[in-house]
Design a protein around this ligand. Structure first.
Ligand SMILES: Nc1nc2c(ncn2[C@@H]2O[C@H](COP(=O)(O)OP(=O)(O)O)[C@@H](O)[C@H]2O)c(=O)[nH]1
Ligand SMILES: [Mg+2]
Length: 321
């Protein structure tokens, strides 16, 4: 392709993220890169860029902020060539994502103390699937993993977790449908101690009747956890569905208001042509994005990195002929 000729890739490729962003890269971001094939930087270019960024799911506010920062940089660095402006855009996009990842805490896994990961988010966003992927991820690093079926609302949710547990050979602590989530979490915490689990992944129901209900339920779960491990849950992971775009972001914000989130996973990145949602998430939630889901398979999870993410929006195997 012509457009990669001018653009310099700096990061090592991240194959899963590149695969996940294939649709985005082939669609809107290809058009964005092509804007800079013009002979000079004009007001038209900024206007077209604004429209494309909004189309890519960055949202209006994030797009305007990004464009302000880009204009400032172009002035400051006296940039005249469109190719250099495109490099400046790349730098500003990375900076936007880094604003959120900067808050990332180092995770400390101690032998003998279960590291509890509470997974929250709206129904259908990909919580249970992400739990299976994380179980595999931690297993691969030699950690002893256990799952808790804290989504007691639907029988199917419990069965789904059990199926993953069997496949991954990981114990699943579950009660009958309709049971008190606090009770199953209590059993999960005890089992984690008894069986020396390093990682305890706790599934939850994605009900969002009212913010008050959700807060109360999660407060109770937290209290039960802290009876066993004072610092639990060490990770509160909010799963956001990339395919729901700005609507998904609005719902995610409600969750973030009700619960203290430490990490974000963006699921179903492979299912959208608008991977720009990551920028809106980074800016509006300010919580570090830690993982990206790129498919339904248990291995389709990648660690999030701002540089490899931005480069994957513009590069991929098919462009590197
Ligand atoms: N393509 C794709 N599908 C996913 C991904 N993550 C989850 N899904 C699918 O999304 C649907 C809902 O996922 P689930 O984990 O049950 O969501 P939950 O209700 O939040 O627990 C399922 O059909 C999953 O297979 C992903 O990263 N990519
Ligand atoms: Mg589920």
């Amino acid at each position: 392709m012509v457009f990669s000729r001018l653009f310099r890739r700096r990061a090592e490729p991240e194959p899963k993220i590149e695969a996940g962003l294939k649709k985005t890269r082939r669609g809107i971001f290809k058009d964005i890169a092509n804007l800079f094939e013009r002979s000079e930087i004009t007001e038209d270019l900024f206007e077209d860029l604004e429209a494309l960024l909004i189309q890519a799911d960055l949202g209006v506010e994030t797009t305007l902020e990004l464009l302000d920062n880009l204009r400032d940089r172009i002035d400051r660095e006296r940039i005249k060539q469109p190719a250099d402006a495109r490099e400046a855009l790349r730098t500003e996009m990375i900076a936007l994502l880094e604003n959120a990842t900067r808050n990332r805490k180092i995770k400390i896994y101690q032998r003998g103390v279960p590291f509890v990961i509470l997974v929250v988010g709206v129904n259908g966003t990909g919580k249970t699937t992400t739990i299976a992927k994380l179980a595999k991820y931690h297993q691969d690093q030699g950690r002893n993993v256990m799952l808790v079926a804290g989504d007691t609302f639907r029988a199917a949710a419990i069965d789904q977790l059990k199926v993953w547990g069997e496949r991954l050979k990981v114990p699943v602590i579950a009660h009958d449908p309709g049971a008190d989530p606090g009770a199953v979490v209590f059993d999960g915490m005890q089992a984690a101690y008894n069986r020396n689990a390093d990682i305890l992944l706790v599934d939850t129901a994605g009900r969002l009747h009212t913010k008050y209900n959700l807060m109360e339920e999660l407060k109770k779960i937290r209290k039960v956890m802290q009876r066993h491990v004072a610092e639990a849950p060490q990770e509160v992971l909010l799963v956001i569905d990339a395919t729901t775009g700005q609507n998904g972001l609005v719902q995610a914000k409600k969750f973030a208001e009700a619960v203290e989130i430490t990490d974000i996973a963006i699921a179903k990145l492979d299912g959208t042509a608008r991977g720009g949602i990551a920028f809106a998430i980074a800016r509006e939630l300010g919580t570090p994005i830690s993982y990206v889901g790129t498919g339904e398979q248990v291995t389709a999870l990648a660690e999030f990195n701002p540089v490899t993410y931005v480069d994957a929006l513009f590069f991929g195997e098919e462009e590197e002929l």
